[in-house]
Design a protein around this ligand. Structure first.
Ligand SMILES: Nc1ncnc2c1ncn2[C@@H]1O[C@H](COP(=O)(O)OP(=O)(O)O)[C@@H](O)[C@H]1O
Ligand SMILES: Nc1ccn([C@@H]2O[C@H](COP(=O)(O)O)[C@@H](O)[C@H]2O)c(=O)n1
Length: 212
């Protein structure tokens, strides 16, 4: 298996749609073998040079918030079966942390994030493109719960950010990328049938890839 060309799966969808849950479901099936997860969020541009107050002004739902060149170059390195130093992101400080995580090349690369289908160069690297399609009311409820519990936010800040930035950017940049998806998954990782179909397809592609 180690010499086969790795397979890249892109998992897009709005914030709180269930991308992480879908990723976890696929990861669980392949974790004994060879799978790596790359979170687009970890590739937000480094903002260490900005004051904390200035970082609060950043539009984190715009394609330009991400260091997409770094993301693409690291996926290309993994496709060449070499290791990369994946950045780590700190949501409470709104910038990259000092540490990195060493990622070894694997047969299956899962690339997950709100805008992974937005850049044509990223789409070209993908073998399977997924979009997790969840209604806005569920997405905001899930985001409120998660951001307060895990990302150090208040309910006021989550609601303000959602109305002023997240919602308009979702409609402008994220929703249109649904049209690039091979499969649209309603409501994320609890959709067992969709996950089974995707897992079967991944296995078929891996088996069809000849040894070098
Ligand atoms: N189908 C679902 N039903 C209920 N809760 C869900 C479902 N999918 C995800 N969640 C929960 O919603 C929150 C956001 O989901 P997550 O997968 O992190 O979304 P995303 O990665 O798209 O932002 C998490 O707390 C998760 O446990
Ligand atoms: N400093 C930051 C960076 C990002 N965000 C928000 O995260 C969302 C994307 O992550 P998901 O896991 O929800 O897909 C995105 O909508 C950004 O608004 C943030 O709040 N702060």
């Amino acid at each position: 298996m180690k010499s086969r060309k790795p397979l890249v799966i892109g998992i897009a969808g709005g914030s709180g749609s269930g991308k992480t849950s879908v990723t976890d479901s696929i990861y669980d099936v392949f974790k004994e073998h060879s799978v790596v997860v790359i979170e687009q969020d970890y590739y937000y541009k480094d903002q260490a040079h900005l004051k904390f107050e200035e970082r609060l002004e950043t539009n984190y739902d715009h394609p330009l918030a991400f260091d997409t060149d770094l993301l693409i170059s690291q996926i290309q390195v993994l496709l060449d079966r070499k290791r990369v130093e994946k950045p780590v992101y700190d949501y409470a400080l709104h910038t990259r942390s000092d540490e990195t995580i060493t990622i070894e090349p694997q047969d299956v690369i899962i690339l997950e994030g709100i805008l992974v289908l937005e850049d044509a160069r990223l789409r070209e690297l993908m073998d399977i493109k997924l979009f997790v399609d969840t209604d806005a009311d569920l997405r905001i409820i899930r985001r409120i719960m998660r951001d307060i519990k895990e990302r150090g936010r208040t309910i006021e800040s989550v609601v303000e950010q959602y109305l002023s930035v997240v919602r308009p950017m979702h409609n402008k940049f994220i929703e249109p990328t649904k049209g690039y998806a091979d499969i649209i998954i309603p409501e994320g990782g609890h959709n067992g049938v969709a996950i089974d179909l995707i897992v079967t397809k991944i296995k078929t592609i891996l088996e069809s890839r000849t040894e070098l």
